[in-house]
Write a protein that binds this ligand. Structure first.
Ligand code: PGA
Length: 255
């Protein structure tokens, strides 16, 4: 009942010409797979400068697009920031919030992320809310505490879960080539679903997609998808190459 989702986070990659080439290869690949859009949703998260041209490039295809970040205020003196209404105006359907690079490289606090989730949902967009523990936290046995707190902080205020997707991305697995085992991923996903169930009830939790992210590649996507609570993937590095992302999309559609 949960349609799987393959999402690609481009991070700070791709010029306009490169972005157009990647989208056109993805479109061609999807067109060559009849019925694929009935089995999997596909989303891409390009840099903010590319959102308007990407809207045009994906038009008429099953690919949806979103922003990697957005400020919680609609406008104001926030040099360097882009707001949710600005993102929405591009035609973007979704925004990533709480990616580990925003938390750990840019120091975004739980409070900031809570406000961002509220701003994204308040604007009627879908929010892909990322959670995950660091290596130190995992080794200290604090994974569930940390992830639970991240869920409570952003979603404790009675959100509309229908437009929320959770991405579980253990920080130690992002960009490191060190993927969580399928068992580790499933365990964390089951915990997240149980927590959502406590917060929002069993049927809302059962309907919410929980993606795994962290060094997802064509070679490991299928085994990760085997977990019953793994509803798709959030891909970084491997989504920058059309054939790799298409192979991952195939694995997600089959899972
Ligand atoms: P990665 O990134 O696939 O390159 O590990 C995942 C992410 O940061 O979303």
């Amino acid at each position: 009942m949960r349609k799987p989702l393959a999402a690609g986070n481009w991070k700070m990659h791709k010029t306009l010409a490169e972005a157009r080439a990647l989208v056109s290869a993805l479109r061609a690949g999807l067109e060559a797979r009849p019925g694929i859009s009935g089995r999997v949703d596909v989303a891409i998260f390009p840099p903010a400068t590319l959102l308007f041209p990407i809207a045009k490039a994906v038009d008429g295809s099953p690919i949806v697009f979103g922003a990697q970040n957005a400020h919680f205020e609609a406008q104001g003196a926030f040099t360097g920031e882009v707001s949710v209404p600005m993102v929405k105006e591009t035609g973007a359907a979704t925004v990533l919030v709480g990616h580990s690079e925003r938390r750990h490289v840019f120091g975004e606090s739980a409070d900031i992320l809570t406000r961002k989730v509220a701003a994204v949902l308040g604007a009627g967009l879908t929010c892909v809310y990322c959670v995950g523990e660091t290596l130190d936290e995992r080794e200290a046995g604090r994974t569930e505490r940390v992830v639970g707190d991240q869920l409570d902080a952003a979603l404790g205020g009675g959100m509309d879960l229908v437009r929320v997707v959770i991405a579980y991305e253990p920080v130690w697995a992002i960009g490191t080539g060190r993927t969580a085992t399928p068992q580790t991923a499933q365990q964390a996903h089951a915990f997240i679903r149980a927590r959502l169930s406590e917060m929002y009830g069993q049927s809302a939790a059962a309907a919410t997609r929980i993606l795994y992210g962290g060094s997802v590649k064509p070679g490991n996507a299928a085994e990760l998808m085997a977990g019953p609570d793994v509803d798709g993937v959030l891909v970084g590095g491997a989504c920058l190459v059309a054939d790799d992302f298409l192979a991952i999309i195939d694995a997600v559609a089959a899972g």
